[in-house]
Design a binder for this molecule. Sequence first.
Ligand code: DGT
Ligand code: CA
Ligand code: CA
Ligand code: ZN
Length: 562
Amino acid sequence: MKNGEVAELLDRLGDLEEANGEDRFKVVAYHRAATSVRNLDEDIETVWRERRLEDIRFIGEGISRKIDEYLTTGRLRLLEKLEERTPPGATLLTKVQGVGPRIAYHLSHDLGIDSIVKLKEALESGRLDGEFGPKVRESFREGIERLASYEKRMLLPEAEGEFRKLESYFEALGIPIAMAGSLRRGRGTIGDLDLLSSDPGAVEAIKGCPGVAQVVESGPKRASVKLGDGVQVDVRIFAKEEYGAALLYFTGSKDHNIAMRNLAIEKRWKLNEYGLFDREGKRLAGETEEGVYRELGMEYIPPELRENRGETEASLEHRLPALLEFDDVRGDLQMHTKWSDGSGELEAMARAAKGRGYEYIAVTDHSASVRVANGLTEERFRRQWKEIDRLNEALAPFTILKGVEVEIRSDGSLDFGRDFLDEFDVVGASLHQNFKQDPEKLTGRVLKALAHPSVDFLCHPTNRLIGRREGNPIDLAKVIKGAKDNGKMLEIDGQPKRLDLDELWARKAMEEGVPLVVDSDAHSVGELDNVGYGVTVARRAWVQADCVANAGGLKGFMRRVS
Ligand code: DGT
Ligand code: CA
Ligand code: CA
Ligand code: ZN
C-alpha cells in the first residue's frame, strides 16, 4: 500500500511550498490532503486505478493530477523543482525547534543565514533584534541549545542498546533490518544509527516506533527520526539486488567508500549505493557486499577495517590480517572487586568469568595510595589472596591470578616495594593521580614504571575519558619503545569510556612487536562484557590473536609474566 508514501509526498510539497513563500491556502491544502490520504481505509492505488481520486476528501483536480503523476511515473516534477529552488539550508534550519519552514525561508533567502551555526552567530551579534521579537529569539536560542546537547556522540553501549530496542521492534513486525554506519564498524563513538531494509514498510514502521519524538525527514524510501533522547535514526530502503551495495555504502566509512569508488573507476566501472556497474551500465554485483568485493578482485573487508587505512590495498593483495575474534580471548586480565572500588564480590566475578568460558582471570584491585578507590594495603592483599586460594581450589581448573593495578606515583616509583610486588602473579601499572605534570615528566613517570622489573603491563596508557577528558599528553611513541625495550605489554582497556589504547596507537604498538592485553577493567559482573569492546578496538587496530597475550592459554601466559 502506498498511502503513507503519497501522504508523505503531499506533506513535503506543503513544506516546500511554504518554505518558498507560497500562500497559506495552498500550503494548508497539501497538508489537509495528506491527512486524508493517510487516514484512507482503502488502498490509494485502487482508488487511483478506478479514477476515484477526486472523491477523496480535500483532493481536488490539482492534487489528484500530482498523485496520478507520482503513481504513474514514480516521480513528481514539481517536487524536484521545488527541492532545487529551496534556498540552501532552509530544510536544515527547520531542525531547530521554533523555526518553521516559512521562517527558515526568510532566514536563508533574505538574510543569508543558511546554517545553524550562522543562526547562532546572528542571534549573538544582535543582528536579528530588529527582525524578531525577544520571545521568538529566545525560542530560537533554546531550540539551538537543545539541538546541540542532542548532537553529542554516543558511547558504544548506548548505541548498541538503542539498536537492540529497534531490532526487536522491527522483528516483532516481521520487517528485516540491518545495521550499517559507524556502529557496524565498531567505532568508539557513534553519531547516529543507520538502518537498512529491503521492506518498504520499514519507513512507516520507524515513524510509528514508540520512542520516536520527531520525524526529521521522510520520503518513500527513507526516513530520519529522532528518538526522545535525541538519538537520530536513519532508515533507508533498497531492493534485493541493491542491498549489498547499499550496505557497503552506508556502512562506510566515507573514506573507504571513496577508495572503493576509485577502484571501480580505474576499471571504468561505476560503484554507488545501488550496485557495481560496467561501462554499459550492466549490473556486475550489488546483492551482497561479498559480491561487490569479489567483482573488484578483492578479499571481503571486515567492517572494522573500513576506514581507508590501507585495507583496500591489503585486500587487493589478499593480505588482510585474520583479526582477533572474541572467542580467542582465554582470560580477562583487569577487574576490580568489592575489595577496592568494584561492586561485585570476588567470588561472583570469578564464577561469572568462568561461566563465560574463560580459562583464567586476574583480579587487579587498586593499591593503597588510590584512596578514592579504596586501594588495598599489603595486609589486605594478603587476606584477599587467602580468598583467591580457596576459590581456586573450588573452581579448578579455572584459575584466578593474584593481580594488582599498582599506582605509579608522582615520581614514577610504585606503591609497593619490589619484594611484595613479586609475590603477585600479574602486575599492571597505571596512574590515576597528579596528571597535571608537564608532558615530559608524565612520560618519564610511565617509562620508569615500565622499566620496573615487577611490572607486566601498563593499564589504560593515556587515561582518557571519552567525551570528558583528553588523554594525558604523554609521548606514546616513547612509551611503546619503553615497553618494547623492557619486554612489557600494553593494555587495550575495554571500558567503553576509555578504549585506551585507542585503535591507532594499538596498531602502532603491534607493529613495533609490543604484545597487547585486551581486558574489561570490569567493576561489576555485568561489565565483564567490556572485553567485547576491547576486542573491537583490537580488530580496528588490525590485531591478530598472536599479538594478544591473553589470547593464549594460561601456561603460555604465565611464562610471559614470570
Ligand atoms: P557517525 O554517524 O558520525 O558515527 O558516522 P557514520 O560513519 O555512521 O556516518 P553517517 O551516519 O553520516 O553516514 C553513514 C555512512 O554513509 C557513512 O559511513 C558513509 C556513507 N556516507 C555518508 N555521506 C557520504 C558521502 O558524502 N560520501 C560517501 N562516499 N559516503 C557517504
Ligand atoms: Ca551513523
Ligand atoms: Ca546517518
Ligand atoms: Zn585504572
